[in-house]
Write a protein that binds this ligand. Structure first.
Ligand code: XMP
Length: 521
């Protein structure tokens, strides 16, 4: 980052999977933060001149030789420090306390309740003595003797020093993870630390994030050229508009239109980019290529693999035609980054091969620009609004890369895509009319390869079944069904059957995730 912030918090990363969530909570408290790996934290500390430091969790054990430590310069700086999990353990050990390994049966994992045993500034306005609160634990080792100056202010059966405080030095530390949603008050604890203990005003905003990213992109790219693949979705659009603000016409966008988009969507993308933003855009109409290749394919993974590979082939050949681009821009979000890393450290099972341009940079020997890498979906939306993208565009539900192909179990044909597009448009129209669009994470229609008998007028019909799906979610990893009232479903079903030729029955999908996935394929 090249922009100076008069108020910032440094997050020292010891390798936890959820360090970015700490940064997110700090941003939510209106404070700018940067994450620095422990090995370069001292340099970041001198450069940033932060108002406070947070030490993250991590997979190592402080009882092992060579495990990472917080820089002494930070411990001696006189600034407030918050240690989380591993951060608590290394802080304790470095300041003269004791940490013991969990051994085979030690440790606490998952939901736990801590009892508040004393007051401290972290709890101000939040937790009181004698109360019990839910937190998320994930630790093997634990603190067994406090460093001088500390006292315990909360405990759990597995961690007598669940939260510890040294008010004089403004050092606080906890065994649990306040940054994850399963610690319901965790965001408030972090906000108390950065605002109340570190004294930050909390007036940092997405506008500043935008300015910092623009400066960063300019520094990274220089006078080189960048190409960006647009999927039609929010993430790649926000990345493209941000990069265009930074480097103007050094950016060319390529929109590979696979013909599997929703009603009117391809036109929207083209008019937004060409018309509104005047961003150089190559619109590749490749419907015939995609539908041709999908003919006869019914296996979901085969569909996904064909679409992913063809997308890359088309994109690559367009990029070569444009020529001279050194950088490839992608709208990768933080959940994409974590999903690709296994939480357990072991191999994770592939449920679906997600479609993205992974592998392309190596194949084309290009460098990556990924300005959204540390953001979550709702933050990307806020950034999109900051960049002036229309609300209806920015607020759109997520849409999968393989598009309608994975919402048409069985063979995908142009005719079936058209039928599905019409049903989907009616469903979304009804949802918008009912004022429910923003309350739902994702809603879409699925066209089933099943025909049933019906009666319309005096005639017999024998047509396809359409399934409607709507879910709530915070990140797409887990989801609950949206509980429409029956009059909404009746109205929508009637409209779809009356207005869409080829569908004579509508059903509603009541499956949460897990055990279902959001998409049907
Ligand atoms: P599932 O179906 O795995 O979907 O529960 C979780 C979220 O991911 C979206 N999704 C995709 N997004 N490429 C994408 O960019 C894909 O191949 C893909 N498959 C699923 C899905 O719409 C939901 O939001």
């Amino acid at each position: 980052m090249t922009i100076a912030h008069d108020e910032s918090v440094l997050i020292v990363d010891f390798g936890s999977q959820v360090t970015q969530l700490i940064a997110r909570r700090v941003r939510e408290a209106g404070v700018y933060s940067e994450i620095a790996p422990f090995s370069s934290a001292e340099a970041a500390f001198h450069r940033m001149k932060p108002k406070g430091i947070i030490l993250s969790g991590g997979p190592a054990s402080v009882t092992e030789d060579g495990s990472p430590r917080a820089p002494e310069a930070i411990l001696n700086s006189g600034l407030p420090i918050l240690g989380i999990c591993y951060g608590q353990q290394t802080l304790t050990q470095q300041l003269g306390g004791t940490v013991e390994g969990g051994g085979e049966k030690g440790g606490e994992f998952g939901r736990a309740f801590i009892e508040i045993t004393d007051r401290c500034r972290l709890f101000d306005g939040l937790w009181k003595e004698g109360e019990a609160h839910q937190v998320w634990m994930s630790h093997g080792d634990k603190v067994t003797a406090l460093a001088p100056g500390f006292r315990s202010v909360a405990s759990s059966p597995g961690a007598p020093y669940a939260v510890i405080a040294d008010d004089e030095r403004c050092f606080y530390a906890m065994q649990f993870h306040p940054e994850v949603v399963h610690t319901p008050d965790g965001g408030k604890l972090i906000a108390n630390f950065v605002r109340h203990v570190c004294g930050c005003r909390g007036d940092w905003s997405m506008a500043e994030f935008k300015a910092a990213k623009i400066a960063e992109i300019r520094a990274q790219v220089g006078s080189s050229r960048v190409i960006c693949g647009l999927s039609g979705g929010v993430d790649s659009a926000v990345a493209a508009v941000l990069i265009h603000e930074a480097i103007g016409d050094q950016l060319t966008c390529v929109f590979v239109d696979h013909g599997l988009m929703r009603m009117g969507e391809a036109d929207q993308v083209v008019s937004l980019f060409k018309g509104h933003y005047n961003i150089p855009l190559v619109h590749v109409q490749a419907e015939a290529l995609f539908l041709g290749g999908l003919a006869g394919v019914t296996d979901p993974e085969q569909k996904r693999k064909f679409i992913g590979k063809t997308f890359i082939d088309v994109f690559e050949s367009e990029a070569r035609k444009i020529g001279g681009a050194e950088f490839l821009a992608q709208g990768t979000l933080y959940p994409d980054v974590i999903e690709s890393v296994s939480f357990t450290g072991g191999p994770s099972v592939t449920i679906k091969s997600h479609h993205n341009v992974g592998g392309l940079p190596e194949r084309m020997n290009m460098k990556l620009v990924e300005p959204l890498r540390e953001l979550f979906k709702d933050e990307v939306r806020a950034l999109g609004r900051e960049l002036g993208l229309p609300d209806v565009f920015v607020g759109r539900h997520p849409f999968p890369g393989p598009g309608l192909a994975i919402r048409i179990p069985g063979e995908v044909t142009r005719e079936r895509c058209d039928i599905l597009r019409k049903a989907d448009a009616i469903y979304l129209d009804e949802i918008r009319n009912a004022g429910l669009y923003d309350a739902i994470w994702q809603a879409f229609a699925v066209l089933l390869p099943v025909k049933t008998v019906g009666v319309m007028g005096d005639g017999r019909t024998y047509d396809s079944v359409c399934a409607l799906r709507a879910v709530t979610s915070t990140d797409g990893m887990t989801a609950d069904i949206y509980p429409f009232d029956s009059s909404f479903l009746q109205r929508t079903a009637t409209r779809i059957i009356n207005e869409v030729k080829g569908i004579n029955r509508v059903v509603y999908d009541y499956t949460s995730k897990p055990p279902g996935t959001i998409e049907w394929e």
